[in-house]
Structures are given as structure tokens and as C-alpha cells.
Design a protein around this ligand. Structure first.
Ligand code: KIV
Length: 272
């Protein structure tokens, strides 16, 4: 019997999660092997986040990420994903005008194979135009890291009644503009709960408590790939950084002692 190909996750699948009350996961991915592993594990949404500026390129913020870098990583992740819906971030400064945003979003979808883009903040006109043009858009409110300097740091947002009300109104406006899902980052649990209840599209929380429809983590936090500071919400499900260091140390030692390569890891010495 021929195995049927894996079912591709679409934005309709994601919208249906909200209607059926199914909680779902999203993970960031930037490279082929990690994206393949997450896709095979059944992660329905992969985000090629501009956090690649921090976790791939070693910057302090997401601001230096270029369109070229995003194109490079989106193309790799889209090639790896057989099942997951792949969302590519529009980096800082690439949607500063409506024309630039349309051009860059269309290029990302056309040239890399991602199925959707994500933009931060109240990009109402851009979202409306892109969805009219057939480009699905994911929104992002709360802590929007591309505005780190405007916000005065990576701080929890919507902590007052007024700010929480504003966030709710912003979320409703983005929903009307056409987003298919909304990332809520670093907002109080009760605020995320209220926004989630008010929207007909799913919310995806990161540091937004358990009431969001979905949850997203950055791969480097999930896997314990760094030993830097992690925010409170970033649960580590593995601790790969020390394992990688241990493997490298063992390799150094075995080379030093002449133990590697052993006969098991060498081709025959004799010539025919
Ligand atoms: O860029 C990113 O990885 C993100 C997530 C933190 C949601 O936007």
C-alpha cells in the first residue's frame, strides 16, 4: 500500500483550531535539520522568526536582521517542512511604507515558499492589502521586539487597565484587518485571556499565560541551546548546550590521545 502524503497545515486548519478549542504549538526554526525534526514531530506551525538575529547571528536584538537573511532562512525551513505551515517574519525596517511591506512580503512568499508572513504592531493597512493580495498575515502585539527602543527594553506590556483596553482594541482592529492568528508576547495572563475570548481567530502566546489558543517558544529556549538569560516563561525541554560542549571536549581528548579514529572508524589499511 502506498502511504498517503502528510496533510499540509493551512491557515484554515489554524482557524479551525479556534473553533474546535484545540490548543496548538508553534516553534521557531531557522535551519534544515531542526525544522525537519520539528516537522516530523508534528509541530503544526514553524516560525522563521527574526529572533534569528539573536540565536543564529549573535546580535543583542532582532533589529539588524536583513531581508536577505530572512530570505535565506525562510527558504531552508520551507524546504524542510512537509506538513507544517511556515510563517516568515518581516524584519525591522522592511515594512516602513505600505509599498515596501507589500513588496517584501510578496517576495518572501514568492521566492522562499513560506505560506504566511508575520508583522509586528498596528499595520492595519498593510495587513488589509496583503490579505487582499492573497498573502496570509499573522499579527504580533504586546511586547513587539522590533520596538525595543521605543518600549524602553523587553518589558511586560499592558499592565494597566488603560493599556490592557488598548491592547484589546488593537487586537480587534487587526482581526478586522484580516490576520489569521495573533501572537501575544509578554502580557499578563488575564489580559491574554480577555483578548483570546474576544477574538474569533486564535491567539498564540509567549509569556502570555495558559489561556491563549496556542503557545510559541523560541527553539533555542526549548532545546536549551544557550546558557544565557531566559525569560520566566521560557521552559527548557532539553539541555543541549552542555551536551554539545561535552561531545566536543570528548572529541578533542580522543584526538589528543590518538584514540580517534579507531579501526572501527577507518577504512582498510590494505590495498587490493
Ligand atoms: O521572532 C520570533 O521568534 C518571534 C517569536 C518570539 C514569537 O516573533
Amino acid at each position: 500500500m502506498v502511504a498517503s502524503p502528510p496533510q499540509r497545515i493551512t491557515i484554515q486548519t489554524v482557524r479551525a483550531y479556534k473553533q474546535t478549542g484545540k490548543r496548538f504549538a508553534m516553534l521557531t526554526a531557522y535551519d534544515f535539520l531542526t525544522a525537519t525534526a520539528f516537522d516530523r514531530a508534528g509541530v503544526p506551525l514553524l516560525l522563521v522568526g527574526d529572533t534569528l538575529g539573536i540565536f543564529v547571528q549573535g546580535h543583542d536584538t532582532t533589529l539588524p536582521v536583513t531581508m536577505d537573511a530572512m530570505m535565506y532562512h525562510c527558504e531552508i525551513v520551507a524546504r524542510a517542512a512537509k506538513q507544517a505551515l511556515v510563517v516568515g517574519d518581516l524584519p525591522f525596517g522592511t515594512y516602513h511604507t505600505l509599498e515596501a511591506g507589500i513588496q517584501n512580503a510578496a517576495t518572501l512568499v514568492k521566492s522562499t515558499g513560506v505560506q504566511a508572513v508575520k508583522v509586528e504592531g498596528r499595520q492595519d493597512d498593510l495587513i488589509q492589502r496583503l490579505t487582499q493580495l492573497g498573502v496570509p498575515v499573522m499579527g504580533h502585539l504586546g511586547l513587539t521586539p522590533q520596538s525595543v527602543h521605543q518600549l524602553g527594553g523587553n518589558k511586560v506590556q499592558a499592565r494597566t487597565v488603560e493599556a490592557a483596553e488598548q491592547l484589546l482594541q488593537d487586537a480587534l482592529t487587526l482581526e478586522r484587518a484580516g490576520i489569521f492568528a495573533l501572537v501575544l508576547e509578554a502580557v499578563p495572563t488575564a489580559v491574554a485571556q480577555e483578548v483570546t475570548a474576544a477574538l474569533t481567530i486564535p491567539t498564540i502566546g509567549i509569556g502570555a499565560g495558559p489561556h491563549c489558543d496556542g503557545q510559541v517558544l523560541v527553539a533555542a529556549d526549548l532545546l536549551g541551546l544557550h546558557d544565557g538569560h531566559s525569560p520566566k516563561f521560557a521552559k527548557r525541554y532539553a539541555h543541549l548546550q552542555p551536551q554539545i560542549a561535552t561531545a566536543a571536549e570528548q572529541f578533542i581528548e580522543e584526538v589528543d590521545r590518538g584514540l580517534y579514529p579507531s579501526p572501527d572508524h577507518s577504512y582498510d589499511w590494505t590495498l587490493k
